[in-house]
Design a protein around this ligand. Structure first.
Ligand SMILES: [Zn+2]
Length: 255
């Protein structure tokens, strides 16, 4: 059984607004991907609309109308209530046809809007997913111990210890990459500090130990948002980190 056959009956129910729950959701998901079923649904909705209009029909020819009226006049007089009921009853098919036609059109529009919404949401969620995936890849690369790390320097210069901090105060996001750092004595670590523009005491950002090649990174440590920094600095501290920097400052940089 192909997908389309599976949905054939559902399409008619859906067009009538009678499809509910999981089946409805499944069909809607299928509709966003299947032009054939969308066309079929459009035809079904169109048929319903035409059906409603056809039942309303053109006005009956005057002769027929007169015959009907005189036939009614010849009927024995009936109590008022009965007469009112009769008139209402004569009106009913036309009213029902109008309601059906209006409902069909509304339904067709609603379906179109729904399909557009669904398609938009799918596109949006695919984009979000792609962004998250990319962010994950960037973080994985930055923190991968087996990634190749190369510091490029002037050809006649000896590689020097170097740290690069990328910081965004608005979101409190920070990435720090270190290269060519000297090995540390046991139980010691480097600690990165942020110096706030406000002149407040240095904020500990994170401790790190360089690998055998002198590389290290501090990725997205927890930091307050909206905190402007004027500089960053690195000291050597006990490996558990300190709350205030221990002199001397090994590396420093600011804007
Ligand atoms: Zn289909």
């Amino acid at each position: 059984m192909s997908m389309h056959e599976q949905f054939a009956d559902d399409l008619a129910l859906y067009a009538l607004g009678a499809l509910q729950g999981r089946e409805r959701a499944e069909l809607q998901a299928h509709l966003t991907q299947c032009a054939a079923c969308r066309r079929e649904l459009q035809h079904l909705c169109g048929d319903m609309g035409l059906l409603g209009l056809a039942t309303m029909g053109p006005a009956p020819p005057p002769a027929a109308r007169n015959r009907l009226l005189s036939a009614l006049a010849k009927e024995p007089r009936l109590p008022m209530v009965r007469k009112e009921a009769r008139r209402w009853w004569l009106m009913a098919p036309a009213t029902a046809a109008i309601v059906l036609a209006v409902v069909s059109v509304l339904f067709w529009r609603q379906n179109n809007a729904l399909r557009r919404d669904l398609a938009q949401q799918l596109t949006q969620s695919r984009q979000n997913q792609a962004e998250v995936e990319r962010a994950r890849e960037v973080l994985a690369l930055l923190s991968a111990p087996d990634a190749m790390r190369v510091t490029l320097v002037a050809t006649n210069a000896k590689p020097q210890p170097q740290g690069k901090a990328i910081y965004r105060p608005q979101t409190g996001s920070l990435v720090f990459l270190a290269s060519n750092f000297a090995p540390l004595p046991p139980k010691k670590a480097y600690e990165l500090w942020m110096l706030p523009t406000s002149g407040a005491p240095p904020i500990p950002v994170g401790v790190f130990k360089p690998d055998a090649r002198g590389s290290a990174s501090v990725l997205m440590p927890p930091l307050p948002k909206e905190l402007e920094a004027k500089a960053f600095a690195i000291t050597i501290e006990p490996e558990t980190g300190s709350l205030t920097p221990t002199m001397p400052i090994m590396l420093a940089g600011g804007q």
